[in-house]
Design a protein around this ligand. Structure first.
Ligand code: AMP
Ligand code: MG
Length: 369
């Protein structure tokens, strides 16, 4: 690297650092052009919830597109401010720092809605989706910026499991205005559902503000409004879980639908041939491995359901996971290891009947164009 190149790199790094420190979150705007050269719309990238969010607004009116992207970003920040368990000022931290004594605690409308959905999925999944695994999630450290990727001490995992009932003792009070946390409830962590909630809210906000055609992709949770290019439905590619540059296929008809994916390739490390990832099984305290699940994609009529259900179906595994998705009225695809070894590369899948009518997965992988 010559001296100029080195300085340019340093400058870019410094700018990035300054923008992160200053909390400037929008870091990229892309133009979309029509074949005739006119502007079709705009795509905005930002760094939120520990990941990249892309808001694509298909409208030639730049001011309207910018307004839409700013509204979405504000809304995602507002939601993060409520649900971030690492922010001591958030509502979730207030609940986490309250005694587990069965006394009703007042909650806001967002918390009420998200908790009621989380408890519904907890019950439908036989407790395998659990909104109060906070201590376990912190012990594994997958959600921490400085994740060390070390295997926690098995005695500490066991001690947590012995002393906590996780989310089994959570109830909403009358009118959903309070939550009751019985003794031995774990710390709330709604990381499996909150991106979906943020997508639902953002799509609704865009609609209310006169934006007709848009797509939001927040950490793999996707919501669409109207149509994409050439007036055809937006197309959503389903990530191949073992080939980062490939798709399993493309969902062509997503109008009015939401898509969420949970996979063991998002946050993980491999030790002695075994993969440890961020989706945890409350029965064992270790990464979920029922039926050697690898990834789950769910299509639902709201993103909060798609997001929670994809995490839940992952923990349930391919057999029970498909039945669970059917019972919720969602469509879904569960990819798993054909020979039980998630690292062998031999994939198989199970899907709801409706999913296969929408997309036939290609396990070999289709290149992303
Ligand atoms: P997702 O990527 O939507 O599947 O959500 C994974 C995140 O949900 C993790 O990073 C944890 O914060 C949380 N989580 C992990 N295991 C579970 C579980 N069994 N039930 C509910 N939330 C979980
Ligand atoms: Mg999820």
């Amino acid at each position: 690297m010559n001296v100029t190149a080195r300085w340019v790199t340093r400058l870019i790094f410094l700018l990035l650092l300054v923008s992160i420190v200053a909390g400037i979150k929008v870091f990229g705007t892309k133009f979309m052009h029509r074949e005739d050269g006119s502007t079709a719309g705009y795509a905005f990238d930002s760094f939120v919830m520990g990941s990249v969010m892309t808001v694509t607004i298909r409208d030639p009116d730049k001011a309207l597109a910018e307004k839409g992207a700013a509204l979405v970003l504000d809304e995602v920040h507002r939601i993060t401010g409520i649900f971030d368990p690492h922010n001591p000022g958030s509502e979730i931290s207030r609940l986490n720092n309250s005694p587990r004594d069965g006394v009703p605690l007042t909650i806001g409308a967002d918390m009420s809605l998200v908790l009621s959905e989380a408890l519904r999925i907890r019950d439908a999944s036989g407790g395998l989706f659990d909104p109060a695994l906070g201590e376990l999630i912190n012990l594994w450290g997958f959600n921490s910026e400085s994740a060390k990727h070390e295997l926690p001490d098995s005695a500490r995992i066991k001690a947590l499991g012995d002393s906590l009932r996780w989310g089994a003792g959570i109830r909403l009070g009358e009118n959903g205005k309070t939550v009751i946390l019985e003794p031995e409830t774990g710390r709330l962590d709604l990381g499996a559902i909150i991106a979906g909630y943020a997508v639902d809210r953002s799509v609704a906000l865009l609609r209310q503000n006169g934006i007709r055609n848009a797509l939001i992709n927040l950490t793999g949770e996707i919501g669409v409004l109207g149509v994409g290019s050439n007036g055809r439905s937006w197309r959503v590619g389903v990530q191949h879980p073992r080939k980062s540059a490939s798709h399993l296929g493309v969902i062509e008809q997503v109008e009015g639908l939401f898509v969420a994916t949970s996979g063991d390739y998002e946050r993980y490390f491999v030790r002695e041939g075994r993969r440890y990832h961020h989706i945890l099984d409350p029965r064992t305290g270790y990464s979920a491995k029922e039926g050697a699940a690898i990834s789950v994609t769910v299509i639902a009529s709201s993103c909060i359901v798609a997001d929670a259900a994809s995490t839940a179906a992952f923990v349930l595994g391919p057999e029970s996971g498909v039945k669970f998705l059917d019972s919720l009225g969602c469509q879904g695809l569960i990819v798993y290891a054909a020979d039980g070894d998630t690292e062998s590369g031999k994939l198989a899948y199970r899907a709801t009947e409706g999913f296969l009518r929408i997309m036939k997965p290609d396990l070999e992988g289709l290149p992303i164009l």
